[in-house]
Design a protein around this ligand. Structure first.
Ligand code: SF4
Length: 480
């Protein structure tokens, strides 16, 4: 039977309504957002079948939608993806658009948003695309073009590959300027340069970086010369951004952005302490990580949606703890996770099936430590100091000190590394660093090779033997 065109259209709309309904949209609000979501689905390259899969399998398999906080947090990611999909429209109407890569300093980007008073828009388009596709649709970063710029088999970072392809084929709209944060990610500026060479980008680009030349053991966040240097790099970067956008960023904008960021990070810390400290563990490792989505990026929609999601889930988690409810029985081992598991959600599921919780979300400075660095009058120096306290941005001995201190805050049974094998900086250092951290902390460290940006490049069956061995090791050692 051939369905009348209007009937087929209604069925197509129905699956998109169902998707939004699953995440908490209702009534008029749902109908108002539906056209935005349809544009976003096109932007992400999602078919109706992909959306149907997410509703029926992809989302329920990895995310506990009985928790309103989880629904709200996924919805916040969808709202931000919808903003990313509108960047071309914003430019057409004359608004400046500022992009950045991830990891970046969220305060700098968000200060531009605040200073623009609604006229300037910010986005980390490749990051939000990669996160939404991997976490909720089980689609990796490699599905964007038939002829990719960079060969995935050459171990390029999946998110940079996505940006190159989606930028080249016009899916990611050209910005006014890209602020490349090469301090952590040295592949991001190179990707930008490659795009310029291949297609002669017409947008502006500024990048800041600092050579990874600190002596081994230098406490980089306390090294005043280094802090000064990075602060002046950031200030100079901002001046170049302002020259293109016409939006001046003052200390008051940085201050407001910092306040909102720290308030968000405090919520993440409260949630982390509750989840990691509870036995049984009340949330999955995926879910805990999901709420940290804005640790190293800022959303154009601001912090309000994600803060609301956090407040909601914190109450729900307190309820679960009071009732003694967990995602695994009491006593199940906890394995802290160094990479961002929400992009490969099956990893968390595979560990849980074998009786082990992933935990901690990500090894990152908590708000209480970031707040200790707020003493400078010049916010650029504070941002520089905070950036230099990120364990993934500093020399290996400094990284060891920072991670050791972080791990000692919690009672955990092991730490899982890997999934960064392709990364020339983080991946190269961690294999050596984890041996020192393991010796210092006496916490067993494990390594699982992979690429966390590409959910579809690695399948559970390929990794199960290693995952089972890690789980057995944790149990046999009597730690459990
Ligand atoms: S994984 Fe490494 S190369 Fe990829 S975006 Fe992150 S820092 Fe850059």
């Amino acid at each position: 039977m051939v369905m009348p065109e209007s009937g087929a259209q209604n069925m197509r709309e129905d699956i998109h309504r169902e998707f939004l309904g699953l995440l908490g949209w209702q009534g008029e609000e749902l109908e108002r957002f539906l056209p935005d979501w349809r544009r976003t689905a096109d932007y992400l390259g999602l078919t109706d079948g992909d959306v149907r899969y997410a509703v029926a399998e992809g989302i329920p398999a990895h995310w506990d939608l009985t928790l309103a906080g989880v629904r709200k947090c996924i919805a916040a990611c969808i709202r931000e993806a919808a903003e990313a999909a509108k960047m071309g429209l914003y430019r057409q109407r004359g608004d400046p658009v500022l992009y950045s890569n991830m990891p970046a300093a969220p305060v700098c980007m968000y200060a531009n948003k605040l200073a623009g008073g609604g006229r300037l828009h910010i986005s980390h388009p490749d990051f939000i695309m990669a996160t939404v596709l991997n976490a909720f649709f089980s689609k990796g970063c490699g599905e964007f073009s038939g002829a990719p710029c960079m060969n995935a088999d050459c171990r390029h970072c999946g998110m940079n590959r996505l940006r190159a392809d989606a930028g080249r084929n016009g899916r990611i709209a050209p910005p006014t300027i890209t602020w490349n944060w090469g301090l952590h990610c040295n592949e991001a500026p190179k990707t930008e340069e490659m795009l310029r060479c291949i297609q002669g980008n017409e947008w502006n680009d500024v990048f800041i970086t600092i050579p990874h030349d600190a002596p081994l053991g230098d406490r980089e966040a306390e090294d005043e010369d280094r802090v000064d240097y990075l602060a002046s790099e950031i200030r100079l970067g901002q001046e170049q951004v302002t020259a293109c956008t016409g939006v001046a960023v003052e200390q008051e904008h940085l201050r407001r952005a910092m306040d909102e960021y720290i308030a968000y990070m405090r919520r993440v810390e409260v949630l982390t302490n509750l989840v990691v400290g509870a036995d049984p563990q009340p949330l999955t490792g995926n879910e805990l990580t999901l709420f940290g989505v804005c640790m190293e990026v800022s959303f154009d929609i601001g912090f309000s949606y994600i803060d609301d999601a956090l407040d909601t889930v914190i109450e729900e988690v307190r309820g679960r703890i009071a009732r003694g409810e967990g995602v695994l029985p009491k006593g199940a081992p906890k394995l802290a996770c160094d990479f961002n598991p929400l992009n490969v959600p099956w990893v968390d599921g595979a560990f849980r099936e074998n009786g082990v919780n992933l935990t901690l979300g990500r090894i990152f400075q908590p708000a209480s430590s970031l707040s200790d660095l707020l003493g400078d009058d010049d916010l650029y120096r504070t941002i520089a100091r905070q950036s230099l306290s990120d364990p993934n941005a500093v020399n290996m001995r400094d990284q060891v000190e920072i991670v050791t201190k972080l791990l000692r805050r919690y009672t955990i049974n092991g730490v899982l590394y890997g999934f960064f094998a392709f990364d020339r900086w983080i991946g190269a250092l961690q294999k050596t660093a984890i041996q020192i951290i393991e010796a210092r902390t006496n916490i067993p460290h494990f390594y699982l090779e992979g690429d966390f940006w590409d959910a579809d490049r690695y399948r559970p069956e390929e990794k199960m033997a290693v995952i089972r061995s890690i789980c057995n090791c944790l149990k046999i050692s009597g730690i459990a």
